[in-house]
Design a protein around this ligand. Structure first.
Ligand code: NAD
Length: 248
């Protein structure tokens, strides 16, 4: 098992990519804190992990609130004694509008949930990892951390921000045995895309040379590898996982 005796946090773990990541971590032997604002979703993931013989428990955290992120880390250390791994994955799609029409509230909301959250989480996670002597963090960016997408200025800015924040944290703590990396999925078939109508989905599929959307489990395998000791020389990197999207 790749993560035997490790303790991990996954935010937004009640659905989609976060749920698949929590399952993959647990399968590889980690004790997993499944965190989300959606308790029902998280409890279902925990039940699945336990049914498969893994260990997991729930801590509720709204990652747009710094005090929740602090509590999440404190509760993890209280329950399992340390923190080795974190996947800062929670995120939303946010308001879809052109820049001129984008509401200021909508802007603040997406930056708060998709970018400020990663700073809040890392602030407390890295402090705990420094005490532990090592750690590995994977932040969920997107292909939109690299390129634009119309009507998504806030999302694109936040995901680009996640890449820069990841690099900065990586260089600050590289000599402390704490690695920090970002993952950039293209469009993945999760509930995040539920509001999209079928014709838009078909157009999106056409932009992936591989001819389909990605699966949450495929992203989880990359996150797992980056989180594990197998990626011991990898830090400050951004890894697209995109079925060829960025190559066209
Ligand atoms: P999802 O909607 O299936 O899951 C997101 C989870 O985050 C949900 O369980 C939700 O309750 C939780 N969440 C939302 N706001 C939160 C908050 N303030 N605090 C705590 N939890 C919160 O979405 P997903 O597709 O699995 O997305 C996960 C991450 O991957 C997001 O950061 C998203 O931006 C990113 N991503 C998704 C895609 C895609 O196409 N699905 C592509 C690239 C990147």
């Amino acid at each position: 098992q790749l993560l035997k005796d490790k303790v991990a946090i996954v935010t937004g773990a009640g659905s989609g990519i976060g749920a698949a990541t929590a399952m993959a971590y647990a399968r590889e032997g980690a004790k997993v804190i499944v965190s989300d604002i959606n308790e029902q979703g998280a409890e279902k993931v925990i039940a699945d992990i336990r049914a498969a013989g893994g260990e997991a428990s729930f801590v509720k955290a709204d990652v747009s609130k710094p005090e929740d992120c602090e509590h999440l880390v404190a509760e993890t250390v209280k329950q399992y004694g340390k923190l080795d791994i974190a996947c800062n994955n929670a995120g939303i799609g946010g308001e879809a509008n052109l820049v001129v029409d984008m509401s200021v509230d909508g802007w603040h909301k997406i930056i708060s949930v998709n970018l400020n959250s990663v700073f809040y989480c890392m602030k407390y996670q890295i402090a705990a990892m420094l005490k532990n002597g090592s750690g590995s963090i994977v932040n969920m960016s997107s292909i939109l951390g690299q390129v634009a997408f119309p009507q998504s200025a806030g999302y694109v800015a936040a995901k680009h921000g996640v890449v820069g924040l990841t690099q900065n944290a990586a260089v600050e703590y590289a000599t402390k045995q704490i690695r920090v990396n970002a993952v950039g999925p293209a469009f993945i078939d999760t509930p995040l895309l539920n509001n999209m109508d079928q014709s838009v989905k078909q157009q999106l599929i056409a932009r992936h040379p591989i001819g389909r959307l990605g699966k949450a489990g495929e992203v989880a395998e990359l996150v797992l590898w980056l989180s594990s000791g197998k990626a011991s020389f990898v830090t400050g990197s951004y890894y697209p996982i995109d079925g060829g999207y960025l190559s066209v």
